[in-house]
Design a protein around this ligand. Structure first.
Ligand code: FAD
Ligand code: SIN
Length: 523
């Protein structure tokens, strides 16, 4: 495709994870779709999802009411109940669609779906594909996208900023009424050139923020670009203080991303133990190792502080070998390659950043406050998760809101315009980055600041320190951004700084501990 000046399309989708691909497939029945994705299409948080997708599938034992209550309890009641009810009630239809698209979920010896259990769930309700559910979903969605004649997929295309009246020379602030989105400036990485994609409807499906932290289960692409782009365009962003740390990533200092040990392994009987061999979780919660994530991650953090060690253990030695290897082949492989035979040794685990519950504020149709701009998947804040996400509710949220966004965006396609007055990208006065070290070093600094001061346990003093440090890096980077030719590392750094700033700002506003936001009293 020629990308010199601009591309015109009905729907521009930014991101090729479960949310973006699901939306694209649905919208393709109503118009032309262009998907841009910053690396290979497969690379996404989705690809790494292990445990599965939560859905009420056993109507005898389980019920939507139970799933709703589990979601509300995990979210500390800060969830939007209407959204929780809507997601849970639409879950079955959306999961059936995935199955129709070819996604294989594991069955048991009776031939029915094998329903797993994870932390915070009162029933077995997780559909999964071994311990590589995300890979299975991503592959099947992508196969369908690639054979769809109405969808163009542009890999190695990095969305830099979304287009609004600001790019027509108007003053746009967060108070401006009627901000509209006209598409995005996109960097073609191979040609090192920014061009315009003009769209009637733009869909943000840019995923998570893990790389804002030093230790995360998210891949390198998870730099919060979507949230930062929308924030810069004066879109509303909320609940950023609710950063979820997964309790059990494989302890391997320096690994990025950190390898996840799915919660489903605890659902299958593995238990957390400290260095004294004590099953410590019952000291913290009657649900033991299967308490919700915020509680387990904090308990591990506390145990590590008491013992002065950098990890605790997950004991899976008693789990039936055949069951372990058939259900968790990916984890078994990883442990063995790392010198841990899980039937002989306990697995060393440590919490790592995993998910952002906050993000771009959306309504029940995935609309943002910016006209013709939608946000779906992890970058959106729909109100489903409240102060803490229930395990396996994210893949579910993505498909539910991809569907809802597609319904709304298709029905209102005529409201969107192709705004050809948007000027070309202006690279005047910029030069190539003479020292890449400035960018890579700042990225590491931000990650350290966020992990050290804005992690599982926070305090006023730590947040203030993070704020001051980040402000300095922000100023340095803005100056660098203005004088340097655009590149992916530079844009990612800018986005990481922006997301770090939003997390700290929202954390500072919330004085009391709730869910994932835990404030220690400084002595
Ligand atoms: P992603 O899948 O992350 O896709 C985002 C896409 O946007 C990527 O293609 C990326 O390249 C692209 N992108 C980003 N920025 C730009 C840009 N500037 N320009 C162009 N493209 C861009 N959830 C569950 O419900 N169940 C689980 O079992 C589960 N397990 C998980 C295990 C791991 C290790 C991880 C990391 C997450 C897990 N999650 C799980 C969470 C879940 O996988 C994610 O929240 C979900 O997949 C997000 O989907 P998404 O489509 O919103 O984003
Ligand atoms: C896991 O498999 O433990 C992750 C599930 C999730 O993030 O929802």
């Amino acid at each position: 495709m020629k990308t010199d000046l601009y591309i015109k399309t009905d729907f521009l989708v930014i991101g090729s994870g479960i949310a973006g691909l699901s939306f694209a497939l649905k919208a393709s029945g109503h118009g032309k779709v262009v998907i841009v994705t910053k690396e290979k299409a497969m690379e996404s948080n989705t690809k790494y999802a292990q445990g599965g997708i939560a859905v009420v599938w056993d109507p005898i034992r389980d019920s939507p009411e139970k799933h709703i209550e589990d979601t509300m309890t995990a979210g500390a009641g800060l969830n939007n109940r209407n959204i929780v009810e809507l997601v849970v009630r639409e879950a079955h239809d959306r999961v059936e669609e995935l199955i129709r698209l070819g996604v294989n979920f594991d069955t048991n010896e009776k031939g029915t779906y094998d329903l797993a259990k994870e932390g915070g769930h009162s029933e077995h309700r997780i559909l999964h594909h071994k311990d590589i559910t995300g890979l299975e979903i991503e592959q099947k969605l992508l196969q369908n996208v690639l054979k769809n004649p109405n969808i163009v997929l542009l890999e190695n295309h990095f969305a830099v900023d979304i287009l609004t009246q600001h790019h027509l020379g108007e003053i746009v602030t967060s108070q401006t009424k009627g901000i509209e989105c006209y598409g995005a400036y996109v960097l073609n990485v191979a040609e090192n050139k920014v061009f315009r994609i003009l769209a009637r409807k733009t869909i943000m499906a840019g995923g998570g923020i893990g790389q804002v932290y030093a230790s995360t289960t998210n891949p390198l692409i998870a730099t919060g670009d979507a949230i930062a782009m929308v924030y810069r365009a004066k879109g509303f962003v909320k609940d950023m203080e609710f950063v979820q740390f997964h309790p059990t990533s494989f302890y391997q200092p320096g690994a990025s991303p950190s390898f996840l040990i799915t919660e489903a392994l605890r659902g299958a009987g593995a238990v957390l133990k400290n260095h004294a061999g004590e099953e410590f979780m019952y000291k913290y919660d009657s649900r033991g190792s299967l308490a919700p994530r915020d509680i387990v991650a904090r308990a591990i953090d506390h145990e590590m502080k008491i013992s002065g060690k950098d990890f605790v253990y997950l004991d899976a030695r008693h789990i039936d070998r055949k069951h372990f290897i058939s259900h968790f082949p990916n984890i078994y492989d990883h442990c063995m390659k790392s010198g841990i035979d899980p039937f002989l040794k306990m697995i060393p685990v440590v919490p790592a950043q995993h998910y952002i519950c906050g993000g771009i504020e959306t309504d029940e149709w995935a609309r943002t406050n910016i006209k013709n701009l939608y946000a779906i998947g992890e970058c959106a804040c729909t109100g489903l998760h409240g102060a803490n996400r229930l395990a396996s509710n994210s893949l579910l949220e993505s498909v539910v809101f991809a569907h809802r966004a597609s319904v709304h965006a298709s029905q209102t396609l005529g409201d969107g315009i192709i705004q050809e007055k948007i000027p070309e990208w202006n690279a005047e006065g910029t030069v190539n980055a003479e020292e890449m070290i400035l960018i890579t070093q700042s990225r590491k600094e931000v990650q350290q600041i966020m992990s050290n001061y804005v992690g599982i346990v926070r305090s006023d003093i730590r947040l203030k320190r993070a704020w001051d440090r980040l402000e300095l890096i922000y100023k340095e980077n803005e100056e660098l951004y203005d004088r340097t030719t655009i590149s992916v590392p530079l844009c990612e750094l800018r986005n990481i700084i922006c997301v770090g700033y939003l997390i700290i700002k929202h954390a500072m506003r919330r004085k009391k501990s709730i869910g994932l936001h835990y404030m220690a009293t400084e002595k």
